[in-house]
Ligand binder design. Structure first.
Ligand SMILES: Cc1ncc(COP(=O)(O)O)c(C=O)c1O
Length: 491
């Protein structure tokens, strides 16, 4: 009989708290009694009673041998992995673990350029050399998709000594490549496939969704249970298949990157999220898909808005789609996605997942209802009619995404090089020493080691002008950028 209805970690922690032991250990708030009363009342006694630490009865994430081990084993079974590691450092921590488990200084890793900043951080920490693959850019939506099997084949043909291939699957926008084929190609070179599955925890549990990393035979997957799977923010998992990867090395690296004060609230929430997905996921996700598909059809009836669906499929990078992501293109309204984000906040108290120059992204999950989506439709209809007669501020006829800059130095060398600060407008042609990205989604416009171009500068300015959250440089006002110091000959 399946054991997936069990929650050994949550149950163990809860039973421990119910015994009300007299605590002479951290956390010093001791079930909230030593805490500011306003916060204690707000957050509630139950939550505070399980805000515990790795005392003997509660196991230890760094050396799991009890309830955490059992919970991780159940998760591995549910996700079709050989081993599952819980992360309280988000998917960022799991991603860094994946990369640092396979790469050391000087090793090559093949990655798409539109990666999340945690991937570039791990490349800097490990000293690996990134071999970039151009993601496919959607000319209509102005977003990056995944990588194609052709580009993977080419990259591996030129770099068969790579220590790993990293794939984002599905993307932030819910588009998946042909992961199974990509895995087959990489494995024919004995190269392990590491999947950034931040936006795909639910796909494993429903056959109408793209296949998951573990189903595709990938070697590791960093999966955000907290984003779409019902656990608490910051809790993620790292799934591992044995063969090309050593689980012992993964355990050592994840431990090196993890706090010693691991939150049992986060860990318990992973345990219960896994139970829900494994025992009821299919039925719950079916409802989510129906809700999202109905909403998509209704949005497409509103003049000036489009919400792409299956018609996006059929290119080499768009092999499958997660319909629960609503990418709503607002370009035809003549305003930016960010203006729409603000309008929705001010008029309907709606908060979207993200906006960019051309789109807003709304995610439909296990937590949504018909009523909430009705409000979204009302708001979008009102917006479209309000904007139909006003001046258009975003009149680009086509979307604009800058070319990928040239990498002149390894990101690590650039990060640790001697640097200087130059005015923003004088930085073109210089090698940048810092990251610049729009967050969300956190995909770098520039990474340390790349040569800044005028095109990058205007793209940054356009994002800033539209109030999009451009971040990264030390100088948050963007008056200056930090670049690698040039040593000129002394006259
Ligand atoms: C594609 C992608 N990968 C990784 C991450 C990192 O996930 P987390 O926030 O759980 O660290 C994100 C977060 O936004 C993401 O969008």
């Amino acid at each position: 009989m399946s054991r997936q209805h069990l929650t050994p970690l949550f149950t163990g922690v809860r039973n421990h708290a119910e015994k009300q032991p007299i605590q002479f250990h951290i956390p010093g708030h001791k079930q909230g009694k030593g805490m500011d009363p306003e916060f204690r009342q707000f957050i509630g006694e139950n939550a505070l009673s399980i805000d515990l630490i790795n005392i003997e009865p509660l196991d230890d994430l760094h050396h799991p041998h009890g309830i955490i081990k059992e919970a991780q084993e159940l998760a591995a079974e549910a996700f079709g992995a050989d081993h599952t590691f819980f992360s309280v450092q988000g998917t960022s921590g799991a991603i860094m673990t994946m990369i640092m488990s396979v790469c050391g200084p000087g090793d090559k890793i093949i990655v798409p350029r539109n990666v999340h900043k945690s991937i570039m951080s791990a490349i800097i920490f490990s000293g690996a050399t990134p071999i970039f693959i151009h993601p496919e850019i959607d000319p209509v939506l102005g977003i990056s998709h995944g990588i194609t099997t052709d580009s993977v084949e080419k990259a591996l043909d030129s770099h068969p000594d790579a220590k790993g291939l990293l794939v984002i699957n599905p993307t932030y926008f819910g588009i998946a490549g042909n992961l199974k084929k990509i895995v087959e190609i990489a494995h024919s070179y004995d190269v392990p496939v590491l999947v950034d599955e931040a936006h795909g925890v639910h796909i494993h549990f429903h056959n109408q969704l793209p296949i998951s990393a573990m189903q595709a035979g990938a070697d590791m997957a960093a999966t955000s249970v907290h984003k779409l799977g019902g656990s608490m923010t910051q809790s993620s998992i790292l799934n591992v298949k044995e063969g090309l990867i050593s689980p012992k090395r993964v355990q050592s690296i994840i431990s090196m990157l993890t706090t010693t004060s691991t939150s049992y609230l986060l860990l318990s929430s992973l345990d219960v999220a896994r139970k829900q997905l494994a025992t009821k996921g299919e039925q719950l996700i079916s409802e989510v898909i129906t809700l999202a598909e109905t909403t998509r059809a209704r949005i497409n009836k509103i003049d000036g808005l489009t919400c792409v669906g299956d018609e996006i499929l059929g290119t080499k990078a768009t092999f499958d789609i997660d319909p629960t992501k609503l990418i709503i293109s607002v370009r035809d309204l003549g305003i930016s996605g960010h203006e729409v984000e603000i309008w929705l906040r001010e008029h309907y108290s709606i908060e979207v997942e993200m906006s960019d120059l051309y789109n807003i992204l709304c995610i439909v999950t296990l937590g949504d209802t018909h009523e909430k989506l009705d409000i979204l439709i009302d708001a979008l209809s009102q917006l479209a009619s309000d904007k139909a007669n006003t001046t258009k501020t975003n009149q680009r006829s086509s979307v604009y995404v800058p070319n990928i800059p040239t990498l002149a130095l390894s990101p690590r060398d650039a990060f640790y090089a001697e640097t200087e600060v130059v005015p923003f407008h004088e930085s073109a042609g210089r090698i940048i020493a810092e990251f610049i990205m729009v967050y969300p989604p956190g995909i770098p416009i520039l990474i340390p080691g790349e040569i800044v171009t005028e095109e990058n500068l205007s793209y940054i300015e356009e994002n800033l002008k539209n109030d999009l959250p451009v971040q990264g440089p030390e100088d948050a006002t963007f008056q200056s950028l930090r670049v690698i110091k040039e040593h000129r000959a002394i006259r």
